[in-house]
Design a protein around this ligand. Structure first.
Ligand SMILES: NC(=O)c1ccc[n+]([C@@H]2O[C@H](COP(=O)([O-])OP(=O)(O)OC[C@H]3O[C@@H](n4cnc5c(N)ncnc54)[C@H](OP(=O)(O)O)[C@@H]3O)[C@@H](O)[C@H]2O)c1
Length: 225
C-alpha cells in the first residue's frame, strides 16, 4: 500500500479543496468520481492549480491500494457510496470521514443537524467498512470556500475523532500538510456526534456574519501527539 490519498467525491467542493492543497504539499493524490471522465477533468484542472500531478479515476479504482481514503460525498449518498466501495477497501487503510449530517439532506435547514441511528456519519461509516479499515472523522469545520482560495493563509484547527490513536496520528499528518491547519485529538469515534454538529453551528455563524468561519481550540500545546 502506498501513502496515496484517494478523495472519493473529489470532484466536489470539499474534495477539490483538499486535493489541491495536499497535492501542492507534494502528497500523492487521486481524485475519485462516479464518472471517470469527470475525475480526469477535475484532476487536470487541480494539477494546473497546484503545479503538481493529480490523477483522476473512478471512486472504486481510486481507493484500491490507497493508504488514505477521504470520503467527501453528501450525506444522502454516504451509506450507498461506502457499500459500493466495500469490496475495494482492504485492512490497513484509513477512511477519513468528512460527512456532516445536515437537516438540509432531508429538506430541512443547513443550520440544523440531523441524528443518525448510529450517532454520527463517522460511526455509520465504521459499520460499513470492512474489518481492519480504521475510520477517522475530520475536516468537518473546514469550509470548502476557505480551501478554494488556494495559497491564501488559513488559521484553523481540525478536530479528529477515531478509536485508533495511530490512525489519528497519521491523519494528523495530512492536516499539518495544509499550512495553517492544526490537528486536535478530539477523542474516540463516538465523539463524532458532537464534532459533526459544529458545522451547522458554524453555518449559522457564517450566515449572520457573512464569513467562512473555522474553529480554534485555545490553550493546548502545539506538540506532536
Ligand atoms: N462543502 C463544505 O464546505 C464542507 C465542509 C466540511 C465538510 N463537508 C462534507 O463534505 C462532504 C462533501 O461536501 P461537498 O460540499 O463537497 O459536496 P458536493 O460538492 O455536493 O458533492 C461532492 C461530490 O459527491 C458526489 N456526489 C454528489 N451526489 C452524489 C450522490 N447522490 N451519490 C454519490 N456521489 C454523489 C459528486 O461527485 P461525482 O458526481 O463526481 O461522483 C460530488 O462532486 C459532505 O458530506 C459535507 O457534509 C463539506
Amino acid at each position: 500500500m502506498t501513502d496515496r490519498i484517494a478523495v472519493v467525491g473529489g470532484s466536489g467542493a470539499l474534495g477539490r479543496g483538499l486535493a489541491v492543497w495536499w497535492a501542492g504539499a507534494g502528497l500523492d493524490v487521486i481524485v475519485g468520481s462516479r464518472d471517470e471522465s469527470r475525475a480526469h477533468d477535475v484532476a487536470e484542472k487541480l494539477s494546473d492549480l497546484s503545479g503538481r500531478p493529480i490523477e483522476g479515476r473512478s471512486n472504486e479504482d481510486a481507493v484500491i491500494g490507497s493508504q488514505f481514503v477521504v470520503l467527501a460525498v453528501p450525506l444522502v449518498s454516504h451509506a450507498a457510496t461506502l457499500t459500493g466501495l466495500r469490496d475495494h477497501l482492504a485492512p490497513g487503510q484509513i477512511l477519513v470521514d468528512t460527512t456532516v449530517p445536515l437537516a438540509a439532506a432531508i429538506g430541512g435547514r443547513a443550520t440544523r443537524p440531523i441524528m443518525l441511528h448510529q450517532g454520527s456519519a463517522a460511526q455509520q461509516a465504521a459499520e460499513l467498512v470492512p474489518d481492519g479499515v480504521e475510520v477517522v472523522g475530520g475536516f468537518h469545520t473546514v469550509a470548502a470556500a476557505t480551501l478554494a482560495d488556494y495559497g491564501e493563509a488559513i488559521e484553523e484547527d481540525v478536530l479528529l475523532v477515531g478509536n485508533s490513536r495511530d490512525a489519528k496520528r497519521r491523519v494528523a499528518q495530512l492536516v499539518r500538510a495544509i499550512p495553517g491547519l492544526r490537528p486536535v485529538d478530539a477523542g474516540r469515534l463516538d465523539m463524532a456526534r458532537i464534532v459533526e454538529c459544529l458545522t451547522p453551528l458554524l453555518i449559522g455563524i457564517n450566515i449572520r456574519n457573512k464569513v467562512h468561519a473555522g474553529i480554534r481550540i485555545t490553550a493546548i500545546p502545539d506538540a506532536e501527539w
